[in-house]
Every structure is written in structure tokens, then in C-alpha cells.
Ligand binder design. Sequence first.
Ligand code: NAD
Ligand code: UGA
Length: 457
Amino acid sequence: MAQKICIVGTGYVGLTTGICLAFLGHEVTCVDVDQAKISALHAGDVPIYEPHLRELMALAAENLSFTTSYADGVADADVVFIAVNTPTAADGSPDLRYLRAAAQSIGETLGDRFTVVVNKSTVPIGSGNWVGAIVRDFFEATHPGTPGNFQLASNPEFLREGTAIGDTLYADRVVVGSDDPRALEVLSNVYRPILDQTFTPPAFLPRPENFGVVPLVSTDLASAELIKYAANSFLALKISYINEIAQLAERVGADIAQVALGTGLDTRIGRRFLGAGIGWGGSCFGKDTAALITTAREYKLDMPIVAAARETNQRQRELVVEKLLEELRIIKGCTIGILGLAFKPDTDDLRDAPAIDIAQRLISRGARVRLHDPVAMGRLAREFPELADCLRDEPAEVVTGADAVVLATEWAQYRQLDWKALAPLMRSPILLDGRHTLDRQRLTAAGFRYIAVAAWN
Ligand code: NAD
Ligand code: UGA
């Protein structure tokens, strides 16, 4: 049954969720404090780069509205999803100021019908209760004498940027947590079309072959909150683990791609997230592993495995500089190109992007850096104006006269470059494949000295 849904925060998660739920037939209002974002959405523009999101928004248009007014979205909603950003504060704990502000505004504007207020933002364990208390305080302050008629729930989000729609419509699982059975019932109804796969898939994103129903994990509030951190930290440590193995593989002359394949085909381990290279970036793995460690510390627990995964990930970035040093001897004065700036392909997100970190490390050692990305250059110029002069419009401009090129993000278009034509343009044709994504033999035949974060002979 279609529900009235309000989504608070229209970033990567909120916008994707809002558009997908509207596509499934719910009546969705998306609220954001960023007027420019809402104006862009009114004009039919999607303010982030996410494949097919604009097309799905057009398909869902009749069920979808955008506003900066909480009153328009919250007052008569059955469900209010909070999807605001929860970045890392200076001490490693999550900065909850946006969540607090959202909870306050929701409390002030809730109506008298039963509403489920759902944390979709990744929040520290215990935040559900905390958000509930804020909503209640502000509801009572603005509605004297009226008892609040809402319940709190957690619905952690597992989508990946770049594949956000597929991850939502064809999810591995849906997790909902609440201490109130009514709230769990409402949420399972919201997700029913996904759980039972009763919707007609959009033409551009067919249902994967043999895709079955989606399991629902229905649990208490704290378990749902912990599932999110446990999942992200596990994925992060899986990547760091293969990166450690890659270092040993290099020393013993083993091929890490084959090692990852032969290891990952064990179904208990799984092939995914065993891609070795310059390590993870993005807004979540770093933030969520840090938050898990700080939460554990509050309970006098250490998380040594998670802490080690973080250290390994930092080391991968420095390894790129060390590899270049080995090749070039002196980095000062060298020109180094970086292809791919977003933290992964198919997104324009630069949060904690390894490419930016590596560029800054090289610049601090006196290198001249040139940068290219298929979609994230405008965003880089806005968010890192100190790097704007390094941007080049075409990969060929990055490569020409360079002493080395680093492939930092495995955009498909870089695999398709005419590398044979590019090699002679370089001062020295050294290519460091930070994602182990190019064909080593093809690159060598094209005239490159092909190296990787963990190369083999
Ligand atoms: P984002 O920064 O892209 O978007 C957050 C949005 O919230 C922004 O548009 C901002 O203007 C808006 N906002 C901030 N304060 C507000 C307020 N008081 N009222 C209304 N809107 C407000 O963030 P994101 O990447 O979508 O992440 C949101 C949450 O989801 C985070 O907790 C994150 O950890 C989690 N998450 C993110 C991903 C991902 O792939 N990005 C995946 C799973 C979970
Ligand atoms: C990740 C999780 O995969 C999502 O399930 C989760 O919802 C999200 O974080 C979140 O909480 O924000 P995302 O960061 O969008 O999603 O992208 P991933 O595909 O997980 O990639 C993260 C980073 O790991 C990227 O920098 C990627 O290049 C790197 N990575 C990934 C590797 O280095 N090796 C791999 O094998 C896989």
C-alpha cells in the first residue's frame, strides 16, 4: 500500500532513496536545507553524478516533490527518513550536528497522525534513542498538551555510490530496527515491493537473472545500528587484508589478481572486495571504522583488527609515492599525471578520495601534478581550489611530457584509451596502475613501464 513518505536530506542516500520509493508508488517529499539543491531538483537536474538517477527521477516524477519546508514534508507523513550527513568530527567521533538539527525540525513540525521517524543516516549505536528524545522535546515545546504520536526506527543504508539504484531495488537485504512492533510493520510495508520484487523494473536496469526475494532483517534498534558499522568495517578490512597479501605477493613473485581469485572462489570468503590497489576512499569506510573504534572505546573495548585495517589503508597511499620514488629517484621537479580523481568510478564524490591525498603528497615533495577525471573536475575546482590549476581537460594533456602517470580510479574510459599513442608523448612512459585494472601485457606492448601498487615479475 502506498505510504506518505518524507525524506530529510537529499544527498547521495536521501535522493536515491526518495526517487526509488517514489518509483515504487509511494508519495514522497524530499526536504533539504540547501536551497540551491532544491532549486536544481525543481528544474529536473540531479545535483550528483549517479548513473540512471535522472531517468528514474523522470519516471517517478508524479509521486515526487522537493522542498526546503519541513512543514510541507513532515506534517502528514507516515514515515520520515533522516538521511543527513554524519561526517567525522576532529576526535574521530561522528559529528551529529546535522542529525540534531534535523531531529529538532522534525519535532517542531510533526502532526498528530502516527509517524515512524527513521534514521537512515549512519549513526552511532544509541543514536535512535537520542534522536527520539530530541524529537519528543521539540514536539512537546511546540505542541503543548498534545502527546507525541511517533516511534523511532533505524533503517541502515547499504547502497554504494555508482550503483546506488541497483543496490536499492535489488538489495542483498533490508535491515529495519525498532523497539516498537508497529514501526517495524510500517517499514516492512514501505519496502514490500522490494522485498517481494513485485515492481516492474525500469528498462535501463533490469532485474538480475535468477534474482529472488530480498530478505528482511527485522530487529531491535541497537542491533540495526550495529549491523551498519559491522558491515562497513568488514568490507574495509577485507580490502586491507588483500592489500597486505598483495605486498607479500610482490615479494614472492606471486600475481595478486590470481591469488585474490583463487582465495575468493571459496564461497565462505567471496570474490568481491578483494580488489588490491591504493585502498579504500569515500565518505564512509574511513568515517565508520573510526566511529566503531570510538564507540567501542566508550565501552572500554579495543578494536585492534579494525584499527589495523585503517593503518594498512593509509600505507597504501604512501606506497604510491614510494613506488614513484623507486622509479624516478627524485620526485622534486618531476611532472606526474593522475588519471581518476573520484574515490571510485561512476561517481563525482571526492570525499576522502585517494587520488587527492596522493596528489597532495606528491606536491608536498615538490612534484608538478596534472589531474583528470571524466566527471569530478568541476567539483574538484570548487572543493579543492588549490588544485584547480592542475586540472587538464583530456587524458592526453595529463600524459604529455609527464615523468609518470598514476591511474587512481578505474573509470572504464581509461581502459579504452589508445595507450599506444600516449606512451610516446611522455618524458618517461611509466604507468602506475593504482587499481590493478589495465592489461599489463597490452600496456607493456604499448611501450610503458607498467608498475602497480603490488607488481609482479
Ligand atoms: P550527503 O552529504 O550527500 O547529503 C546529506 C544532505 O543532507 C545534504 O544535501 C545536506 O544539505 C542535507 N542536510 C544537512 N542538514 C540538514 C538538515 N538539518 N535538514 C535537511 N537537510 C539537511 O550525505 P550522504 O552521502 O547521502 O550520506 C548521508 C548519510 O548516509 C550519512 O550518515 C552516511 O554515512 C550514510 N550513508 C552514505 C552512503 C553513501 O554511499 N554516500 C551509503 C550508506 C550510508
Ligand atoms: C560503501 C559500501 O560498499 C556500501 O555498502 C555502504 O552503504 C557505503 O560504503 C556507505 O556506508 O557509505 P561506497 O563507499 O559507495 O560504498 O563504495 P564501495 O564500492 O564500497 O567502495 C569504497 C572504496 O573501496 C572505493 O574507494 C573503492 O575503490 C575501494 N575498493 C572497493 C577497493 O579498493 N577494493 C575493492 O575490492 C572494492
